[in-house]
Design a protein around this ligand. Structure first.
Ligand SMILES: N[C@@H](CCC(=O)N[C@@H](CS)C(=O)NCC(=O)O)C(=O)O
Length: 205
């Protein structure tokens, strides 16, 4: 069997999505993780994914990204309709993908807030930009608070949301727990129900 290489650190929330999905689908043993350093111009990640972003999956040296594409690929490798509805259910599938992108948007905005600190000197940081990103996170969290995803099995939506919340807990660009009691309880249930999520947590931070 062709080995599958995952270029990602263990701390990337998007890389974690891929690791959780692989384990939940029983593909974990096929994947070899290799760290990536997104800030290092000499890292071959930039040849594999010109955007220089992780996660990036290599199958026989061909690169696949981003995390959404990789999860859709894993779903098909695992037989289909495991992480998201199949193509014969176009609206259900688009609905799941939309919710998954909403969850990813939380992690995207959180990363931009973290990068504001990492890439800019204190005097260059923009409070307006940080507020703009915080607003995205708050509105997305409010939407999920109103209707949290399922917890009975891992899918493209709940994996993305759990990884985004895990990232908020770790980096703390916003405090989300007090204002979102249903999501807190959802997160606890998901963490208990999906062992792959906890297993990937112990590798991070
Ligand atoms: N939409 C992408 C987002 C990936 C992403 O932003 N990854 C971060 C690390 S968690 C990254 O590579 N950042 C480096 C950069 O933006 O240069 C996905 O879903 O994979």
């Amino acid at each position: 069997m062709i080995p599958i290489v995952l270029r990602s650190t263990t701390t990337s929330p998007f890389g974690r999505k891929v690791r959780v999905a692989a384990q939940a689908l029983g593909l974990g043993d096929r994947i070899i993780r290799r760290d990536a350093d997104t800030r290092n111009a000499a890292d071959d990640l930039r040849c594999q994914n010109p955007l220089g972003k992780m996660p990036c999956l290599l199958i026989a040296e061909e690169a696949f990204y981003d995390s959404g594409v990789i999860l859709e690929l894993f779903d098909l490798l695992a037989g289909g309709a495991r992480l998201l509805p199949c193509v014969s259910q176009p609206l259900e599938r688009a609905r799941a993908l939309t919710r998954a992108r909403l969850a990813d948007g939380i992690a995207d905005a959180a990363l931009l807030m973290v990068y504001e600190d990492r890439f800019r000197e204190a005097t260059q940081r923009s409070a307006v930009w940080l507020d703009h990103q915080r607003g995205k996170i708050e509105r997305a969290l409010a939407a999920f608070e109103q209707s949290p995803p399922r917890t009975d099995r891992a899918d493209i939506v709940n994996i993305g949301l759990a990884c985004a919340l895990g990232y908020l807990d770790w980096r703390r660009p916003v405090e989300w727990r007090d204002a979102h009691p249903r999501l807190v309880s959802w997160f606890d249930q998901f963490s208990t129900a999906i062992p792959a999520f906890q297993q990937t947590e112990s590798e991070s931070a």
